[in-house]
Design a protein around this ligand. Sequence first.
Ligand SMILES: Cc1cc2nc3c(=O)[nH]c(=O)nc-3n(C[C@H](O)[C@H](O)[C@H](O)COP(=O)(O)OP(=O)(O)OC[C@H]3O[C@@H](n4cnc5c(N)ncnc54)[C@H](O)[C@@H]3O)c2cc1C
Length: 395
Amino acid sequence: MKVAIIGAGAAGMFAAGLISRKGHEVVVFDTNEKCGKKLFITGKGRCNFTNVCDRETFLSNIVRGDKFFQSALAKFSPQDCVQFFEDQGVRTKVERGNRAFPASDKSSDIIKALERFMDGAKVVLNHKVKRIFKSGEHFDVDGQKFDRVIVATGGKSYSATGSDGDGYNFARRFGHGIVDLKPALVPIEVDEKFVSELQGLSLKNVRLTAITKQKSFSEFGEMLFTDKGISGPIALTLSSLINRLDCQFLQLDFKPALSEDVLEKRLLREFESAKNKNLATVMATLLPKRLIKVFLNSLSLDGGKKINSILLQERKTLLKGLKCWTLKYKMLYPINSGIVTSGGVDLKQIDPKNMQSKLVDGLYFIGEVLDIDALTGGFNLQIAFSTAFAASLDF
Ligand SMILES: Cc1cc2nc3c(=O)[nH]c(=O)nc-3n(C[C@H](O)[C@H](O)[C@H](O)COP(=O)(O)OP(=O)(O)OC[C@H]3O[C@@H](n4cnc5c(N)ncnc54)[C@H](O)[C@@H]3O)c2cc1C
């Protein structure tokens, strides 16, 4: 059988190896001059290629498409994925939160292993596929004839890596529905001018809550201020949870481990021992220095005011600010800045057993082009590998 795979990313490369090893003639096309361009930048160049948690935890980290994905996950699990790379000669390690990486911390080792694995496939680089159509039993891919086609074109984010959304157009031309594309795992822009002054400042052990008209979501951990808003692990997670809702505010709890009562007592203690100091000086025991001026200004509090002249109302404002600092939500950063794209090929029209289109025989969709996305931690690459594996079982 002659098989075309469009896209030499994580999903396409793995599928190419699996299918060519079954004796089929496989041709992989990619726009880029090399394979795995996005893989190269994953995990800050270290490639967090899977997450070796249990099945339930894995599924709970999927934002969209968890039910659909169950079957593919059962066929090729995170543990299978680690074993696969070990078998290919990549030593692996597991870090905090069950995140698996190559022991070398080099994503290029994962790419090289996949390249070796698919050495039986023909790879056509610098070829951006323009047209796929079916006539009779065969597919035509830019003038070449194939028996089956696998679309592994990825999402629409970080388009410089080659994934610029072509797969959605191919799917549409075959009659497939595309679930609205939204940015996911992306920074959040806020409607507060002062954030630009905080750019680069990171906060640990804080709680960030996104208040949408429908629901609130809270995450505890680390975040970072950007030029226009916030990023870092907890902001990225929230972006994926709210990207289809009407978000209004973000609230930051700087002291999530302390109840309001306990924090008030601490504040009183600090004030008691520094009656003649000014407010900004005392705040340095509670917040990072860089934040203090912006924080106090946002609450209309005077940092130069002596502690012994702080009014009860001002202390209450301060306390509220520390537990619940409100930032007006503006929007998510654009799709291109997202770690992944939410939305994609409608799962209702895809067979979860083998990723084959229910509309067109012999047409398959794998990886991020599908309407499946997950949180950070290696889940998205596992989705690419498991869906590729499920498709390969049909060959
Ligand atoms: C900065 C960053 C860091 C990330 N880190 C992690 C991480 O550590 N762990 C994790 O699990 N996930 C991570 N992800 C997400 C993960 O990289 C993707 O979910 C995954 O690569 C999707 O695999 P894929 O094979 O479906 O698509 P891709 O890897 O995007 O591959 C698609 C390929 O298709 C090619 N293509 C597209 N259109 C055409 C066409 N018309 N003709 C020919 N070729 C075409 C593209 O050139 C591309 O090479 C990260 C993403 C980014 C942007």
